[in-house]
Write a protein that binds this ligand. Structure first.
Ligand code: ZN
Length: 310
């Protein structure tokens, strides 16, 4: 290896071990500073998520975990359609969420709103992820008719055979409504956490979501037992149903409790996507993917589900 190659390899090594804790805890620090200083929560959310997303997109272009999982111009055009649909769905769901929040606020003060942040945020994460875990697992593993429908809704997010930062929003609009908006906005706002707790929770969820699809050989070590990051969620996208556990979004806590935790340090899945791509439309075919939940042909990704040990 030449000097330049050694320097690049060393840089990649350092980045793979530092980028996640640096940005994850950096985002939490920035959020806490925003609360302490009384800055705008909305502006801070945009700044934190925007800075993280841009940095990760740049880093995965330079140091991809697998070059064949890189974003291409063609896959970007595919993502743009899903992002546009997600923005429209998100706007509609936010309106409903705001109406619910106003209704709850009018109904009285929630005792949860008085909890200190260090209690409220872990509680929000555990409650949110428990509901999210079972809805997500139901989507993947249940053959009962509604389960099949939910899988065909969720399949859009598993059709891509490459996983990188910007494919994160690639999902069916109904999936956004059910998983990302109804649970997030509905549950967290209905319980009545205060604005600071919802803000911190949202920053942790959003930054974790960006890292979960990051195409860089992240090694988060012991943090994988506390938060769901790249190494865990990438296995959730494995085309091999025997290893595609990790249903948790923010924390692997419920995966560990219910036996679906898959952590294999230093190992990348051989293939990403669904186990039988021929049974599905290609993810670029937006309207065929959009209509998929209303057809009865597609296979489920898992039969029996992943029950991998640690
Ligand atoms: Zn899934």
């Amino acid at each position: 290896m030449g000097n330049a190659e050694t320097t690049i390899a060393r840089t990649e090594y350092v980045i793979s071990r530092t980028v996640y804790p640096l940005f994850f805890f950096g985002a939490i620090g920035a959020a806490l500073l925003t609360i302490a200083k009384g800055w705008s929560l909305g502006a801070a959310t945009g700044a934190i998520i925007g800075t993280t997303a841009l940095t990760l997109i740049l880093l995965e272009a330079i140091f991809p975990a697998k070059p064949e999982w890189r974003m291409t111009f063609r896959s970007f055009l595919r993502d743009a359609k899903y992002i546009a649909a997600a923005v429209a769905t998100g706007a509609a769901a936010s309106y409903v969420g705001a109406m619910l929040a106003i209704h709850v606020a009018g109904a009285g003060h929630s005792p949860v709103a008085d909890l200190p942040l260090y209690v409220a945020v872990p509680l929000a994460i555990l409650v949110f992820d428990l509901v999210q875990y079972w809805v997500h697992r139901w989507m993947h593993e249940t053959s009962w008719p509604l389960g099949g429908f939910l899988w065909r809704v969720h399949a859009a997010h598993h059709l891509p055979d490459r996983v990188y930062v910007l494919m994160h929003p690639a999902a069916h609009p109904l999936n956004d409504l059910i998983v990302r908006q109804a649970i997030n906005i509905g549950l967290i706002k209905l319980i009545g956490f205060n604005a600071d707790a919802v803000f911190l929770f949202s920053v942790i969820t959003a930054v974790g979501g960006l890292f979960s699809h990051f195409n860089l050989d992240v090694r988060a070590g012991w943090l994988n037992y506390l938060f769901t990051s790249t190494e865990l969620h990438r296995f959730h996208h494995s085309a091999d149903p025997a290893e595609s556990g990790n249903y948790g979004v923010v924390t692997p806590f419920w995966d560990i409790v219910f036996g679906t935790f898959v952590y294999r340090p230093g190992i990348l899945p051989a293939r990403l996507g669904v186990d039988d791509p021929a049974a599905y439309p290609r993810s670029e075919q937006y309207w065929r993917v959009f209509l998929l939940p209303f057809r009865r042909t597609a296979q489920r990704v898992a039969s029996g589900g992943a029950t991998q040990g640690v």
